[in-house]
Ligand binder design. Structure first.
Ligand code: UDP
Length: 327
């Protein structure tokens, strides 16, 4: 049995689908504050999925999960807040949830002898890039509370390995994109802040806001590394296998090694939609570095991972999901 925290959310739900399709039994623990019960109901059609509503900030709730499910072999931990701007305004919320909540999870794991965890970390732990593409040796100097909260958890995990033998794989995501290939699940954030869904959702009344076209990049817009959500889910499956096979604590960048500018993403979206998308050029968004691209060599070598889907595929699946579910 695999326990997935935050399995009703965007990335977590795609991992749950991948695990269920492999015949794996799964428990999802999710507060449903940001995740959706509809996502759980969809996932339950595809395998043996037990859902437990609860919050990691409540130690007893997460202890109860381990107490009544003695066959949990490993945990994949997605549950977290992840909006950079919000974390700057309200760091308390981020540290309390992302750090304290994770401490409760880790302590419950240790109490019940579960010592394998795959953790959703982020490129935001690197902070302002000193070189590109970013490999795992790049210094980790986050520039906002969100990145700090994720880096703190990474450090806690190192200490818990040394002291208690807890083995962790930390996956540092770059820009996650796309939806399930059959449009069963997809990206569903309220409010939506991410590029691709915002471009696809734009209407003549609510045009897409492009944050800055005066960066030091070839077309003036920010460059990001868009990694397909199903490829990302596959990396988690491989990380679980790595731990199951006795792998040591480790950390990997998950990206494609290819950068695309905001303007390039915008034009792929127009192409996929087959129409012009209303566009408004706005000032830069605070805290956006010009270029963030992953060196993914380590994940490819150690986990035998290979991202298969390109940006266009991610946009197509995101569009199909949006169209199917919300017209
Ligand atoms: N972006 C934009 N308009 C939006 C959302 C995002 O121009 O409505 C830009 C943003 O400034 C960044 C890129 O798109 O350069 C990716 O942003 P996103 O929020 O998707 O991911 P992030 O890079 O912040 O993790």
């Amino acid at each position: 049995m695999i326990l997935v925290t935050g399995g009703a959310g965007y990335i977590g739900s795609h991992l749950v689908m991948a695990l269920l399709e492999k015949g794996q039994n799964v428990i999802v623990f999710d507060s449903l504050e940001l995740g959706h019960i509809e996502t759980i109901e969809t996932l339950q059609k595809y395998g043996n999925l037990k859902f437990i509503k609860g919050n990691l900030r409540n130690l007893d709730e997460i202890r109860g999960v381990f107490m009544s499910n003695k066959d949990i072999e490993a945990v994949v931990h997605f549950a977290a807040y992840s909006q950079v701007a919000e974390s700057v305004k309200n760091p308390q919320k981020y540290y309390y949830n992302n750090v304290y909540g994770t401490l409760n999870l880790l302590n419950a794991m240790l109490e019940f002898g579960v010592k394998k965890i795959v953790f959703s970390s982020t490129a935001a732990t690197y902070g302002e890039p000193e070189y590109t593409p970013i490999d795992e040796k790049h210094p980790q100097n986050p520039i906002n509370p969100y990145g700090n909260s994720k880096l703190m958890v990474e450090k806690i995990m190192d200490d818990y390995d040394r002291a208690y033998g807890l083995k962790s794989v930390r996956l540092r995501y770059f820009n996650v994109a796309g939806a399930d290939s059959k449009a069963r699940i997809g990206e569903w954030h309220e409010p939506e802040t991410h590029l691709i869904p915002n471009v696809l959702k734009a209407t003549p009344d609510k045009s897409f806001k492009m944050f800055g076209d005066d960066y030091n990049t070839p077309d003036g817009t920010c460059i990001r590394d868009y990694i397909n959500v199903e490829d990302l889910a596959q990396a988690h499956v491989l990380a679980l296998e790595y731990l199951k096979n006795g792998g040591e604590t480790n950390f990997f960048n998950l990206g494609t090694k290819n950068g695309n500018s905001v303007k390039e993403v915008f034009s792929v979206c127009e192409d996929v939609k087959g129409c012009e998308i209303p566009l408004e050029i706005c000032p830069r968004r605070e805290g956006d570095p010009a270029i963030l691209v992953a060196d993914n060599t380590k994940a490819k070598k150690t986990l035998d991972w290979e991202p298969k889907n390109d940006l266009r595929y991610s946009v197509e699946t995101a569009y199909h999901y949006e169209f199917k579910n919300k017209g």
